[in-house]
Every structure is written in structure tokens, then in C-alpha cells.
Design a protein. Structure first.
Length: 194
């Protein structure tokens, strides 16, 4: 069982990057997003910049159900397949107190969340990538996220879940990159101000 403690940890080597799709009104439910080829290409680039993914149980199970190979390739456009192959092959760490075991190139992180993630960050490599809603909130509280990418879709969903609900303190960010997609979505990448 992982323990969430409100301590700040400093990054040493590998950066922890967070990427999420969100509507203009703050909804981050994947069913509210507008999938297109540019967005999937951006997601593949993010995956290629990471040595491993860090996922909570809900995100892990959702991604496994949708992308574990052999997936129903005929049920989706061909431009989605590079993302499917890349996420299928990626190393995954799953943060869960309810799962007994995982597979799909995954292992469960046990113990103190901050210490476990700090240990992963100290390993050599390109970086770690986290997605989802609840796990990133806990990681932000611990000061462990180095970069945030918000892919803002030109849509109003009218419902949640929303990002960082209940965050106990402000986190100041510095815009480092902005990318516009043909769909009207905009990816904004920020670094954490330390």
C-alpha cells in the first residue's frame, strides 16, 4: 500500500512529465476529447521521450483494455496504430493498493509513493511519463512533477472530472512550448518553477 505524504522531493536525474487532454471547461474525461492524427502523433512523441509510464489503477486498466495488443485494429483508424504499438511496448509502473498483480509490461509500485517515484527518477534515462487524474494530484502535492503538458481541446463538456481538484497549494509554472493542431487543440508545455 502506498502512502501519500505531503513532502517535497527534488528531481535528480530523469524528469517526470505529466500529459493530459482537457476541454476548455476543464473536463479530462477521455470520452469528451476529439481524437485526431496530430494528437496521436504528439502522444507517440511523448511516449518516445520516456523510459516508462507511471499510471494509477484506473488509467492502467483503461489503457490496457483499449490498447493491449492484439487490439481491434479494424475498429479504429490506421493512424491510431503507432500509438497502440508504442504504448503496448512501453514499460509501465502501476500505483495501486487494490491490485495484487499486473502484466502488460508492468509492475506494481509498493511502499511510500514519494520514495518509490524518487527512486525511479534517480535511475538513468530519458524520463518518466504520467497520465490520469488522481495519481498526478498526489505527485503534484509531493513536488515530483517536473513538466506539465495540457492538450486543450476546443470543446465545452459541461461535466468533470477536472484536474487537480483539492490541490493544497499553488504550483507556479513557466510556459516552455506551445503547439497548435489542425483540430484547434493546443498543447501547452510548462516546467515547474522551483
Amino acid at each position: 500500500m502506498l502512502v501519500y505524504r505531503h513532502r517535497r522531493y527534488s528531481s535528480v536525474m530523469r524528469p517526470l512529465r505529466y500529459s493530459i487532454n482537457v476541454t476548455l471547461d476543464g473536463c479530462c474525461d477521455h470520452r469528451a476529447m476529439i481524437p485526431d492524427e496530430d494528437l496521436h502523433r504528439n502522444a507517440v512523441e511523448n511516449l518516445n521521450q520516456a523510459d516508462a509510464l507511471l499510471l494509477g489503477r484506473v488509467t492502467y486498466e483503461m489503457m490496457e483494455a483499449g490498447w493491449r495488443q492484439p487490439a481491434q485494429a479494424a475498429a479504429r483508424p490506421g493512424w491510431m496504430e503507432p500509438f497502440g504499438r508504442t504504448i503496448d511496448a512501453a514499460k509501465k509502473y502501476v500505483v495501486s493498493s487494490t491490485l495484487d498483480r499486473v502484466d502488460w509490461n508492468a509492475e506494481i509500485l509498493r511502499g511510500d509513493l514519494g520514495l518509490a517515484v524518487q527512486r525511479l527518477k534517480r535511475e538513468p534515462g530519458k524520463g518518466l511519463l504520467v497520465g490520469g487524474v488522481k495519481l498526478p494530484l498526489a505527485l503534484a502535492e509531493l513536488g515530483l512533477i517536473d513538466e506539465y503538458e495540457f492538450v486543450v481541446h476546443p470543446r465545452l463538456a459541461g461535466y468533470g472530472p477536472t484536474l487537480f481538484a483539492g490541490l493544497s497549494k499553488h504550483i507556479d509554472l513557466k510556459l516552455v512550448n506551445r503547439l497548435e493542431f489542425g483540430s484547434g487543440a493546443v498543447a501547452m508545455r510548462y516546467e515547474t518553477r522551483r
